[in-house]
Design a protein around this ligand. Sequence first.
Ligand SMILES: [Zn+2]
Ligand SMILES: [Zn+2]
Length: 303
Amino acid sequence: MKITFLGTSSGVPTNDRNVTSVVVQLGKRYCLFDCGESTQNQLRLAGVSPQKIDTICISHLHGDHIYGLPGLLGSMSMMGRRRQLQVIGAKGIRDYIEQVLALSFTHLSYDIVYRELENLNDVTSVGSSGPYEIFAIGLVHRVPSFGFKVSAPDSTGEFDNALADQLGVPRDKSRAMLCQGKSITLDNGKVVTSAEVIGEPRKGKSFAICTDTSYSDNAIALSANVDVLVHECTYAESERDLAIRGVHSTSHDAAQVAKKANVGHLVLTHFSPRYGHDEPILVGTEPIFTNITMAVDFLSIEV
Ligand SMILES: [Zn+2]
Ligand SMILES: [Zn+2]
C-alpha cells in the first residue's frame, strides 16, 4: 500500500497546501479519502489516473472535504469511465452528489454504488477494494464524522525449498501436498509435516485515517496496532482552546491516540492555515510518541 497526501491544509488552501485529500494505492487500484476542492488537479500532479480509483471514502460533509467531488466525478465521466465507482461516506453524501449533478445537468457514464454511514460505535466492515477490507467507526466532530481503516489480507507462510531439500522431500507432487497442509511419508519411512517446511503466516499491513476529530477513544479502537495512522492535527497544543472550539485535535491528542493504539508510525495532516512549515506544532509530543511525520502535499509513504 502507498499513501500519498494530496492536500494537508484544513478549511482553506494555502500557497503550498491544498485542502484535504489522501489517495492510497492498493495493488493496481486506488482508494481516495476525502476530496477537497481541486483534488483532481492534485491527482494529475501526483500522476494518478482518476480512472484507477475504485473507491472514494468521505469522512464527513464539511466543504473542505467534499467540494472537489463533483468536478472529479464529472471528469471521470468525460474521460469515458464505464467502471462502477464505490462511494462510502457519512450519511447525506448521496444526496449531495445527486443534487449537484442534477443541478449542473451532469450525467455520469458509470454507476455509483453508495454505502452511507450512520452511528457506528464499533469498528465495522463497510466495504472492500479487491482483497483489501475497509473498516469505519464514528469519530468526534461538530458534524457526524468517520474514521477509516484499510487492512491488507494476511499472507500464508512461505514454502522453504532449501529445508525441504535437506529433509529429502522429492521435487514432485509431494511438495504441493505439503503446501495444502498435508503430511507426506518419504521412501525411508520418515514423515514430513506441512508445519516443518512452511513458515509462519504474516499479518497483513494496515493503516487508519482519522479526520476530522477531537481526541477520540473510537480512533484508538480503529487504529489499534496499525502500521501507519494518519491523524488530523489542526492545532499545536498551545492552541488547545481553538481545538476545543472547533472540535479538532492538537498534536498531543494525536500523539496520545498513536501511543494508546500502539501504532507504528503517526503521520499528521489537516493543519490550520495559520501555520507555516517551521511552526513548532510538535512541541511537547516527544514524551508521548516519537515516530511522527508532519505530512506535506505529495508526500508518499509506503505501508
Ligand atoms: Zn476539515
Ligand atoms: Zn470538519
